[in-house]
Design a binder for this molecule. Structure first.
Ligand code: OAD
Length: 374
């Protein structure tokens, strides 16, 4: 862990930190210079809890769905596809639904920042509600891609009761509007699918990053805009720390960027050590998740990855089965013609442009793919 992939030249001195290390970040916090910390998170902070991320090559959900007869793996979270065939999403929802997982050390560290009055805002792309479960006050959380906390009809927007939703999800069944037969719209959790607008709260709170004095970016590939643009809004003088398996986005390009590459719980524990918060962190986490779960999360990374691999390939098998049924005509009425999700390059803008749709980042590769499709 450390600076091995930093694109900043070793000869370029940091501006706000003594050096580009976790010890210097801890000193910066302890000296009172970090009173407005913003945290930006993605699926990587929940993998230790047993929830697969999306884009990791072996264990990611999309990698494992790639072999199936979907227009593309992301289609499971695409509104156009969902309207044609909601069943694959509900197969996944059964396993991803909140209540089956416990917060990780990384979640609890963020809740400690809140308790100490240092957390300005947490922006999460995760839909697992583990931030809430870790005790982070809801007013400090922006769930940029929504969550499973509510659900409604996609046609008339009528809210759908949580108990009924839970029952449907448990059976991997597709719920329909409670106003049936007046409305027979599909019901969807308040998760932001591709081609849907982000919650207005994201745009209202986005500017808090401009006044941040420290940013922690954790467990995200920064592939999905507009969220991916958030770290770039943090002012130059504010250190940005990346806790991730790999270098992502522009992290590592500024004088006060610190790269902590590897498992984020391990990185967070190191920062907690430097801050003198380690005992408190472990105590809070264990009290929250219990001994058995703590032991499970602490088991070797290799074993954990194997567990996620099994889980993800089982999920992929279930989705495949649903797709197969759709093709031989024995699936429910909603399984009809599958259209590839359309991608509109016109809508690809940064958060500064006030973009409202979630889109994949425009990498050269994505553009090539689009050209091939048209
Ligand atoms: P990704 O799967 O794209 O990226 C997860 C990142 O976390 C990768 O860079 C991994 O290397 C890293 N990672 C995985 N486990 C880690 C660990 N234990 N410690 C440190 N890093 C780890 O997930 P997101 O960036 O969250 O939409 O994806 C963004 C959005 O794309 C999601 O919100 C999702 C998806 O479409 C929906 O939920 C509907």
């Amino acid at each position: 862990m450390g600076q091995e992939q930093s694109v900043i030249d070793d000869d370029t001195p940091p501006k706000s930190l003594a050096d580009r290390s976790l010890a210097a970040v801890a000193d910066y916090i302890k000296s009172g210079k970090a009173r407005r910390i913003v945290v930006m998170t993605g699926a990587g902070i929940s993998t230790a809890a047993g929830i697969p991320d999306f884009r990791s090559p072996e264990t990611g959900l999309y990698a494992n769905l790639a072999a199936l007869d979907l227009p593309e793996p992301e289609a499971v979270f695409d509104l156009h596809f969902f309207k044609q065939n909601p069943k694959p999403f509900y197969v996944l929802a059964k396993d991803l639904y909140p209540g089956n997982f416990y917060p990780t050390v990384s979640h609890v560290f963020i809740s400690m920042l809140a308790e100490k009055g240092l957390l300005c805002q947490l922006y999460t792309q995760n839909i697992d509600c583990l931030e809430r479960a870790a005790g982070i006050p809801s007013e400090l959380i922006v769930e940029a891609h929504g969550s499973f906390a509510g659900q409604r009809c996609i046609e008339c927007k009528t809210a759908y009761p949580e108990n009924l939703m839970r029952e449907h999800v448990a059976r991997a069944e597709v719920p329909r509007c409670i106003r049936y037969p007046e409305c027979s719209g599909l019901v969807k959790p308040d998760i932001v699918f591709f081609h849907e607008a982000l919650p207005s709260l994201f745009y209202e709170r986005m500017d808090l990053t401009i006044s941040a004095d420290l940013a922690l970016v954790m467990g995200t590939s920064l592939q999905v805009h507009p969220f991916a643009g958030l770290p770039n809004m943090v002012p130059d003088r504010a250190p940005r720390v990346l806790f991730n398996m790999e270098r992502v986005g522009t992290l590592g390009s500024q004088a006060d960027d610190v790269l902590v590459l590897g498992d984020c719980d391990t990185g967070v524990r190191k920062l907690a050590d430097e801050l003198g918060w380690r005992d408190e962190l472990e105590e809070k986490w264990r009290a929250l998740v219990g001994h058995k779960e703590a032991k499970r999360q602490l088991q070797g990374m290799k074993k954990r990855i194997e567990g996620i691999q099994d889980e993800v390939s089982r999920l992929a098998d279930e989705v495949e089965e649903v797709l197969r049924l759709g093709h031989d005509g024995s699936a429910d009425e909603a399984n009809s013609v599958i259209q590839p999700p359309s991608r509109d390059p016109e809508k690809e803008k940064s958060p500064e442009d006030g973009q409202e749709d979630r889109q994949e980042a425009r990498t050269g590769e994505a553009e090539e793919k689009d050209q091939a499709e048209t």
